[in-house]
Design a protein around this ligand. Structure first.
Ligand SMILES: Cc1cc2nc3c(=O)[nH]c(=O)nc-3n(C[C@H](O)[C@H](O)[C@H](O)COP(=O)(O)O)c2cc1C
Length: 179
């Protein structure tokens, strides 16, 4: 797929068919996402793929802060991806001090870059995705995420069952200034 078509054609998908996401395809998506840039090439992003129907239903029911919109999307998706980062690496010097006054927030930056690359790669393989930032903190316990990791976001993934219109984009003239 042409890169411009990939960037412009990817949409957040919230309705999916029942067709499962094969682990083989998922691993190809993760392989492409592994080429994302990262802070000093620390590559701290780790993905947890959830396709067990019981666990997925529990997450949709108990970990969506009562936001039924997200719960419905999670129920529709055959697989959820928990995007996590290994803490205390990104934004740090070798001696454990922060490199910049933005401290460890660079780990969120890296998770964001990786998430977008993941979604574009999934689109290339015919899969739909939506990044989710609204979920309950209890999800870390449900997924048994260890202390040295942080859960950043969820990505719902599956075969699209909708073709949404493009949400309006701002004009370039509003996005850029020159000095
Ligand atoms: C950090 C982040 C958090 C988001 N959280 C949610 C969410 O909780 N639920 C949801 O349905 N969409 C969520 N979205 C998707 C946005 O609503 C979507 O990207 C935006 O409306 C533009 O649509 P598009 O992705 O189709 O271009 C999130 C996107 C980002 C980048």
């Amino acid at each position: 797929m042409d890169l411009k078509d990939c960037i412009k054609g990817r949409r957040s998908i919230r309705k999916f068919t029942d067709e499962p996401v094969s682990h083989e395809t998922l691993e190809k998506v993760v392989e492409l996402a592994s080429f994302s840039p990262s802070w000093k090439n620390t590559q701290i992003v780790r993905y947890i793929a959830i396709d067990d129907p019981g666990l997925k239903a529990k997450i949709a029911k108990e970990c969506t802060t009562g936001f039924t919109y997200n719960a419905a999307t999670m129920e529709s998706a055959p697989m959820l991806i928990a995007v996590t980062v290994i803490k205390n690496r990104c934004g740090y010097e070798k001696d454990g001090s922060y490199t910049t006054n933005r401290k460890d927030t660079w780990q969120m930056f890296d998770a964001g870059i990786a998430s977008q690359t993941f979604c574009l790669a999934a689109y290339e393989y015919g899969l739909g995705t939506v990044i989710m930032g609204i979920f309950d903190e209890s999800l870390s316990d449900v997924l048994d995420i260890p202390e040295d990791r942080e859960l950043v976001n969820i990505i719902c993934i599956g075969h699209p069952a909708e073709n949404p219109d493009i949400p309006k984009r701002k004009q370039v003239s509003e996005l850029i200034t020159y000095k």
